[in-house]
Design a protein around this ligand. Structure first.
Ligand code: EPU
Length: 427
């Protein structure tokens, strides 16, 4: 199994480029199911999750890049074409859904386009229970017959009809599923208390490019007027705001001078505000964001929130930053119930963190010390890589398959800006 070895102490300097956004790519690839022909996506990140989505679409019966199922998206592919089957698509099997929860994003499109969908229930995951009740509530309100049986959800509807859907919480993939379903429904759907993440606005933009009629994406109320059919398109995936944020934290914490090419300030307001408060200097430029820091960071109070609040996907990375401040920080995780698994690993590196439920009190220490640590989920892995870069001595991060789901060739990118980091095989 691969692991990553990092020698701490290097200052990050230079230009680092952000790849296409994983969490935008996954729903956008699923939109291909709605179109009447072959859609093409470019600027795809070379990530395990993107390849899993390709595999899933191929399993469903799509012609993915013209290759066989299983080889659907070769490593390194930046561009994928997807042609959905004319009829009788297969569903999403447990083998694939268990490796990637976002597989559930095919539910809405399959149901809307083919009148039937069978998708394995994702179950819980390391960071929380993560139910899909809101996805199902919305589909039921749109007239779907929903049956849960043998670990699968089976949905049927000859044609979905528009509905008023008030979500209990602004779920990201829930909104995405319902937007895709409503795009081909009969009549108007209104999603209230909708998620406002940039990936939602991007999805609406792409669906509209396909011929959908969606207004309000990016606000809490999204109005979708169903249309008869959607046509294929070509679209380039937007840059990953969480990868960008991760590099900005790394730049600040190593007291570096890093230009994060592709970082978009309008997607990162809450992250930039916290970095500035911690003492980093940020220059927002049309092509990206430059981060500089030359002092020990200042303590922070952070509560994760749905967008435009502080993203849960940046909580672990900021925790490393607070570990090295002079003073005490308070971090509250309000989105997921179990997203502090990096705490015990950071503690092994010398951090002083106490948790009480969803609250972590972090007392800044003078330094961290390199250690052998275990990645537990995607963003936790990123936090351990950052910690390794500022720790004294060598850090070995194991279980890097978590990292590979969401950070494209991170060791090469960081090496190019001065980090002493390498991937090793075995061990
Ligand atoms: N929730 C429910 N019922 C639902 C849906 C959600 O109770 O039907 C709860 C969840 O359990 C959670 C909260 O609502 O407590 C928010 O979950 P949400 O549905 O918004 O999360 P998601 O759509 O499953 C996406 C990202 C996550 C990111 C969250 C929050 C994708 C593919 N995944 O997940 O990304 O953390 O939104 O912003 O877009 C990551 O990239 O590391 C990652 C986990």
């Amino acid at each position: 199994m691969d692991y990553i070895e990092i020698e701490g102490g290097a200052r990050l300097e230079g230009d680092i480029t952000v790849s296409g956004a994983k969490n935008a790519a996954l729903p956008l690839l699923a939109t291909a199911l709605l179109a009447t022909g072959e859609s093409t996506f470019t600027n795809l990140p070379d990530l395990v999750d993107v390849r899993t989505m390709g595999k899933l679409l191929a399993h469903i019966g799509c012609d993915v890049g013209g290759t066989e199922a299983g080889l659907a998206v070769p490593a390194g592919a930046r561009r994928i074409s997807i042609k959905p089957p004319v009829s009788e698509p297969k569903g999403a099997p447990y083998e694939l859904v268990k490796t990637m929860r976002a597989s559930v994003l095919v539910l809405g499109p399959l149901l809307a386009r083919y009148g039937y969908a069978r998708v394995s229930l994702p179950g819980g995951c390391a960071i929380g229970a993560r139910p899909i009740d809101q996805h199902l509530k919305g589909l039921k309100l749109m007239g779907a017959e929903v049956v849960l049986e043998h670990g699968y959800v089976e949905c049927k509807a000859k044609r979905l009809r528009g509905a008023m859907i008030l979500l209990d919480m602004p779920t990201v993939t829930g909104c995405e599923n319902l937007m895709m379903a409503a795009a081909l429904a009969d009549g108007v759907t209104v999603l209230e208390n909708a998620a406002r993440e940039p990936e939602i606005a991007e999805l609406a933009m792409v669906l509209n490019k396909m011929g959908a009629r969606i207004q309000g994406a990016g606000t809490a109320v999204i109005r979708i007027e169903g249309v008869e059919k959607l046509h294929p398109i070509e679209h380039a995936i937007l840059p990953d705001r969480i990868e960008a944020g991760t590099f900005l934290v790394a730049g600040a914490l190593t007291r570096g001078d890093l230009f994060v090419r592709g970082a978009r300030a309008e997607h990162l307001d809450a992250v930039l505000a916290k970095l500035r408060r911690a003492g980093a200097t940020l220059d927002v430029e049309p092509e990206g964001i430059r981060v500089r820091a030359d002092k020990r960071p200042l303590p922070l109070d952070i509560t994760t929130q749905p967008h435009p609040g502080f993203p849960t996907d940046m909580q672990a990375q900021f925790m490393v930053l607070t570990c090295l401040t002079e003073g005490q920080s308070v971090i509250k995780e309000a989105i997921f119930e179990n997203r502090f698994m990096h705490v015990s690993e950071l503690s092994r590196m010398g951090a002083s963190i106490k948790t009480d439920g969803r609250v972590a009190i972090v007392k800044g220490v003078g330094s961290l010390s390199g250690a052998e640590v275990m990645a537990t989920d995607l963003r936790a892995s990123a936090s351990l890589v950052i910690a390794g870069m500022v720790a004294e001595g060598t850090t070995t991060v194991r279980r890097v398959y978590h990292l590979d789901r969401g950070y494209e060739h991170i060791e090469n990118k960081l090496q190019n800006v001065g980090a002493t980091i390498r991937r090793k095989h075995g061990g």
